[in-house]
Design a binder for this molecule. Structure first.
Ligand code: FDA
Length: 307
């Protein structure tokens, strides 16, 4: 992993840095670029804004590595309220939800995570939409795939996420690349030890393309999550090469990142889904966005200095 990226991700875990960043006057301005707000109403507002130019959404209630059972219950409750609101407002055709298992459980209790995921999936089914389970750091990959596999026995549409930076991912994709399987392919956003990841960015990109080929060839519903213009160009060729109809795959990008490209793809008839995080616990999410792109970090430092 590049030194700047790994330093920012390491700093993200430091309590002092967390306090400084959270209370700095310029922080709000940067957060607002990536997180449209804290409430269910803010999330619905973002869905409407995206739907206005043909973009779909996947909504993520922010929170991860929860240590408190009360907070877990509050997270599940927020997802249930969100899904109900999507249905009432007639927005379930434009939005699904993304969940992190570490926000649905405490102390890594997999059975609790699975139970809470089932509650959210049942509500999504009532609302007529789908759920995708985000992938977190590599220590959680096996457990997450297990829980997703179990949920898929009742709800085959539950989306799995794979990360091309992990060396194991091609074999995971081979098992997931079948018809009807919804799979989000991303590069991966966590600070990982060298022995589980590809050695450099180029190798991660090559792995991404190999995984994309497997998904397209196997008939899976591929969800290509990347802002990388080279990869998007290549994926557009590959989808044609594999004879994929539009609507049998989609592109996904993050809220606030390359919005013009999102609109351009949607205007050309591609399905584009925007990952919309909302809620108060934006810190970990923001730090991963800063780590991904030095220009975001520069923007952040300028905003801090201008106060
Ligand atoms: P990368 O960061 O390598 O950037 C490549 C190029 O893209 C840049 O050189 C630039 O041209 C362009 N670009 C990137 N960011 C830009 C910006 N801010 N502005 C303008 N151009 C920019 N991760 C994970 O571990 N688990 C998960 O569940 C998910 N889920 C997820 C969902 C969705 C919808 C997305 C888009 C991403 C994720 N991710 C994720 C994050 C993902 O793993 C990855 O960290 C980021 O998408 C960044 O990787 P890129 O593929 O965009 O390319």
């Amino acid at each position: 992993m590049e030194p700047l990226r790994s330093s920012i991700l390491a700093a993200a875990d430091n309590d002092l840095i967390r306090r400084v960043v959270a209370t700095a006057p310029g922080t709000r301005q940067i957060v607002a670029r990536f997180v449209p707000g804290e409430t269910v109403a803010d999330a619905l507002g973002a869905v409407r804004e995206l739907a206005a130019d043909g973009r779909c959404a996947t909504l993520d209630y922010l929170g991860e590595y929860t240590r408190d059972a009360g907070l877990v219950e509050q997270t599940v409750d927020t997802y249930l309220r969100l899904l109900d609101a999507l249905s009432v407002e007639g927005l379930s055709g434009s939005a699904e939800v993304s969940v992190k298992l570490s926000a649905l459980t405490v102390a890594g209790d997999e059975a609790l995570a699975a139970r809470n995921l089932r509650r959210i999936c049942a509500a999504a089914e009532d609302c007529g939409t789908t759920v995708t389970v985000d992938m977190e750091d590599h220590t959680t990959t096996d457990g997450t795939l297990r829980v997703v596999g179990e949920a898929r026995r009742t709800w085959p549409w539950v989306g799995a996420v794979v990360q091309s930076y992990l060396t194991r991912t091609e074999s995971d994709v081979a098992a997931l690349a079948h018809k009807g399987s919804r799979v989000r392919l991303c590069k991966g956003a966590y600070a990982e030890p060298a022995d589980v990841v590809h050695p450099d960015a180029h190798a991660v990109d090559l792995s991404y393309v190999r995984c994309a080929n497997l998904l397209l060839e196997g008939g899976a519903y591929a969800m290509f999550a990347t802002h990388d213009p080279r990869l998007v160009g290549l994926l557009r060729q590959r989808t044609r090469w594999y004879g994929r109809e539009r609507g049998s795959y989609e592109y996904q990008m993050l809220y606030g990142v390359r919005p013009d490209e999102q609109r351009r793809l949607a205007a050309e008839g591609e399905t584009v889904r925007v990952y919309v995080p909302f809620g108060e616990q934006w810190y970990g999410y923001l730090m991963r966005r800063l780590a991904e792109r030095p220009a975001n970090l520069a923007l952040f430092l300028r905003a801090l200095a201008s106060r």
